[in-house]
Write a protein that binds this ligand. Structure first.
Ligand SMILES: Nc1ncnc2c1ncn2[C@@H]1O[C@H](COP(=O)(O)OP(=O)(O)OP(=O)(O)O)[C@@H](O)[C@H]1O
Length: 459
């Protein structure tokens, strides 16, 4: 027992003295660290640390690999390498404040400032604990075209991460690039001129916020669009082309064109305004649609007024039933005419296999005049009725045009008048532009609506 207690005592003594030594050492280190932090500037410390790291890394086994990402995948056919473009856009968003070689500018017709790396300094970034070095290089003479220099990126990382780079990092760079493109995307409007699509910027400012629609209808439309975008895999699984058709109908001035612009601005989809009078045959229709980009809205306005769909579907003005031109006619002749069945075939996805994420919109002021074949289920997925202005939608106009949020003493009177008379958002919008003072403007609107009511009573 005595033996055991002596041993225990001596080991306790040595542990306590070790603890004292450790405490003294820690205190000295803390003082030392504080003194260094106070006396040596941060930049100088970072410099020393980087030099030490570079010195010791020479003696470590070098397991780094580099992959080259050329600007063009195939120089001969001018096929660009999207990964290069993605890296060019992605890297400026990742670089730290210590990076000095950043170009900044604004390109013509662009809203945003552009940032770019200029190649004089490597960009180092970390992703999921893996360190990457990006180097922008000028390509060799062989890689460059006669007139313009070509560039490439050299991406260096530890070889043991090769699979994660391919499976995780590079897809992440591409995805970030896609998101950036979507955020910065300028929505285009294409109109068919002679034999080609004429491109311009969609300048229509309508958004779902600015649209005076009944809030429930607005929510239904936004939900439907969002669901459509989410369901790519489902469309593929059930073998349906990934397309959605909307029929917008209602009197002139109720916002059909504005709704199309709001959809395009919301989805960032380009709009292809397909004037059917510029289409001369089914094959012409097919070609025009093949030229349209993915992620677009194809619009055919006033489909009921379109004589092409009616008169050209059958010679001698006979009925334009879908099947009527399918039996006896020479197929060569058939492809030379533009027919209702040509349009229906396109909509059914037979000719549109090349395009994805397509929305087709027909507009009409007279739904009852449309060929029933166009309205069959599966062709137009959602029929949207845009109608005369009512109270809830009027609040949106009052807020947008006059900045009157919440309530106003004249709102109840205006609501009652709107229940009795038929007036479009376009007409009321015009009235709200006339005076700047909201009280005066709403007073004048009440007078205008009363007068309109009297006029329609006397008709
Ligand atoms: N629901 C609405 N919300 C907000 N503004 C609207 C609405 N409807 C119409 N407007 C205003 O009226 C103008 C004309 O509307 P728009 O061209 O969208 O109507 P439309 O139904 O397409 O008419 P049309 O059948 O004659 O082509 C728009 O520029 C917009 O200022």
């Amino acid at each position: 027992m005595g033996l055991y207690s002596n041993k225990f005592f001596s080991s306790f003594t040595s542990a306590s003295s070790w603890f004292e030594v450790y405490a003294a050492f820690s205190t000295i280190m803390m003082l030392f660290r504080t003194a260094i932090n106070d006396l040596i500037p941060h930049q100088f410390r970072s410099f020393i640390a980087s030099k030490l790291e570079a010195f010791f890394s020479k003696y470590q086994a070098n397991s780094n690999v580099s992959v080259k990402i050329n600007q063009f995948w195939d120089e001969n056919v001018g096929e660009r390498n999207e990964l290069f473009d993605a890296a060019l856009a992605y890297l400026p968003t990742q670089i730290s404040h210590t990076y000095k070689s950043l170009k900044v500018g604004r390109l013509q017709n662009r809203k945003h400032l552009e940032l770019a790396v200029d190649g004089s300094e490597d960009v180092v970034e970390e992703f999921e604990g893996i360190k990457f070095t990006w180097k922008l290089d000028e390509g060799s003479k062989e890689e460059s075209n006669n007139n313009s220099r070509r560039y490439n990126f050299l991406l260096t990382f530890d070889e043991k991460h090769r699979q994660r780079v391919l499976d995780r990092y590079l897809p992440h760079v591409l995805k970030t690039f896609e998101t950036m493109k979507d955020q910065r995307r300028i929505v285009k409007l294409y109109s068919r001129l002679d034999d080609y699509w004429n491109e311009s910027e969609l300048s229509h400012p309508a958004t779902f916020d600015s649209l005076a629609l009944c809030p429930e209808l607005k929510k239904d439309i936004i939900d439907d669009l969002a669901r459509f975008l989410r369901r790519k895999d489902l469309y593929k699984k059930v073998g349906k082309p990934w397309k959605r058709g909307y029929l917008l109908y209602g009197p002139p001035g109720t916002g059909k064109s504005s709704l199309i612009a709001a959809m395009a601005n919301y989805l960032k989809f380009d709009v292809y305004d397909l004037e059917l009078s510029s289409i001369y045959s089914n094959s012409d229709l097919m070609r025009s649609m093949k030229e349209a980009s993915n992620r677009c809205i194809v619009v055919i306005e006033d489909i009921d007024c379109n004589k092409e769909v009616h008169a050209r579907s059958k010679p001698n003005g006979a009925s334009d039933d879908r099947d009527s031109d399918s039996d006896s006619e020479d197929p060569k002749m058939r492809s030379k005419r533009f027919t209702l069945s040509g349009l229906l075939n396109y909509m059914d996805g037979l000719w549109s296999s090349g395009g994805e994420e397509r929305i087709i919109i027909f507009t009409t002021n007279h739904k009852e005049k449309i060929d029933p074949a166009l309205l069959r289920p599966g062709r137009m997925d959602m029929h949207i009725h845009l109608s005369f202005l009512k109270g809830k939608a009027f609040r949106i106009l009052a807020s947008n045009y006059l900045d009157v949020k919440g309530d106003h003493p004249l709102f109840q009177q205006i609501d009652d008048l709107l229940e009795k008379i038929q007036v479009t958002p376009a007409v009321v919008g015009e009235q709200l532009m006339r005076y700047e003072d909201p009280d005066v403007c709403l007073e004048k609107l009440v007078q205008f609506l009363k007068q309109k009511g009297k006029d329609s009573d006397s008709e």
